[in-house]
Design a binder for this molecule. Structure first.
Ligand code: FAD
Length: 388
């Protein structure tokens, strides 16, 4: 059982503590630590289960549209992701993508768009995806080439998106495309594209080290009504950044959940594995390792919940969220590696929890801004302050 005393920290209100405890109880009964070979079916099932449990309401904004609150509560989504990640990485993924995929609609959608999509997302009846990255525009988002040309009451999309989570199983995709109002980031708009829209296809399914639905998307003369544009023309980049701003801290929270699980696994093995007439935990070298793991986790948790608390107070969290994501994801990788080492040969055996965590953590250091990008964000923010 993971240490949950951090929930007493002053960053939280009582309703957050209650929410985390309720999810813990619910997850024990409803989220199993199994590894379905059919990842699409597993994900669809998890979205339904999370929806039926009422948890996806926290991933969308607006009580009129099925949300738990008028704005997304960052501390709530961080606590939920941390807890889900501790139980099952795919459950965390299913929750997170409902939020990230519908985030642009929550933040900038019209009333009609909110009414059409958010309640279904919150009930787990529609699966959402966020399509920003392209083969030649990953970290450098503004290099985006996918284009949307206005044609009367429609836009016509042409181009590709890649690494799109939920690609292949999503019911709708929020797609960012160049509309050309201005050069670079100021000429991008966001669109809702329903699965099955003519001209939209899944060009390729992508396998990764920790399986989850992922695809490259292709748009060829794909017509969507102008009413599918989310927010103003040319404002898509801002919409994307605002969406990522909400969810970036929660990626750090998921990493924290993986790290806590790894520490539990490491402790369990160290205290039960006998060698040289004592347990592995009796060695001071092991104790040093455990102390480092626990301290790394607490440092990350403090940064995660500071950023979440600050965001919920309405403050700017660009620097704080970047620090949280960098420290939590890099730290989790170290904690998981140390836990795997404690398990010895068994640690690399397929199907072991530490082996799965070792694969699961890796992409969190890359997506929603690689660690190097977070470093640049932090330094730029500092230098801006220094120059003022
Ligand atoms: C599992 C997974 C799921 C994803 N899901 C989605 C999704 O749902 N929707 C979506 O739109 N995208 C998604 N992505 C894409 C993800 O956001 C990109 O992979 C990420 O932005 C990095 O882009 P890239 O892969 O093109 O790497 P590149 O941009 O080519 O970067 C390669 C490496 O360069 C380094 N780097 C980057 N910038 C700098 C710099 N300024 N200085 C020094 N070094 C730098 C970093 O180490 C980085 O890892 C997903 C990716 C993965 C792996």
């Amino acid at each position: 059982m993971a240490d949950t005393t951090y929930r007493e920290w002053p960053f939280f209100d009582d309703h957050h503590r209650q929410l985390a405890a309720e999810l813990e109880r619910w997850a024990t009964e409803n989220i199993h630590d199994d590894h379905d070979s059919d990842v699409d079916a597993a994900c669809r099932g998890l979205v339904k289960t999370l929806g039926a449990g009422g948890w996806l309401r926290h991933a969308v904004a607006g009580t009129a549209h099925g949300g738990a609150a008028e704005v997304i509560d960052t501390r709530a989504i961080c606590l939920l992701r941390e807890t889900l990640a501790r139980y099952n990485g795919l459950a965390d993924f299913a929750f997170a993508m409902q939020g990230l995929g519908s985030g642009a609609i929550s933040l900038a959608g019209s009333d009609a768009q909110k009414a059409a999509y958010l309640p279904r997302v919150a009930r787990g009846e529609a699966i959402a995806a966020f399509a920003l990255s392209e083969p030649d525009a990953g970290s450098d988002v503004a290099a985006m080439a996918c284009a949307a040309r206005r044609d009367g009451d429609h836009y016509v999309l042409d181009g590709e998106k890649t690494w799109i989570s939920n690609g292949g199983i999503a019911d709708f995709y929020v797609v960012f495309a160049r509309t050309g109002e201005a050069p670079g980031a100021r000429g991008i708009s966001a669109f809702i594209v329903d699965a099955g829209t003519p001209g939209f296809e899944i060009a390729e399914r992508i396998d990764v080290i920790a399986p989850h639905p992922l695809a490259r998307l292709r748009f060829s003369n794909c017509r969507v009504p102008a009413s599918a544009r989310v927010g103003a023309a040319g404002e898509g980049f801002k919409v994307a950044m605002r969406t990522l701003d909400v969810f970036r801290t929660s990626v750090a929270a998921a990493a924290l959940g993986f790290a806590r699980r790894a520490l539990d696994e490491g402790l369990q093995r160290a205290t039960s594995r006998r060698m040289f007439g004592q347990t592995l935990a009796d060695f001071q070298l092991t104790q040093a390792k455990l102390a480092q793991m626990a301290t790394t986790i607490d440092s990350a948790a403090l940064l995660v919940y500071r950023a979440a608390w600050q965001r919920d107070r309405g403050g700017n969290v660009t620097r704080e969220a970047a620090m949280a994501k960098m420290v939590a994801t890099e730290g989790a990788q170290q904690v998981i590696d140390a836990a795997l080492q404690l398990w010895g040969g068994l640690g690399v055996r397929s199907g072991q929890t530490v082996e799965r965590l070792y694969r699961e953590i890796r992409s969190l250091r890359i997506y929603e801004g690689a660690t190097e990008v977070q470093q640049l964000i932090i330094a730029r923010d500092m230098l801006k302050g220094a120059a003022a």
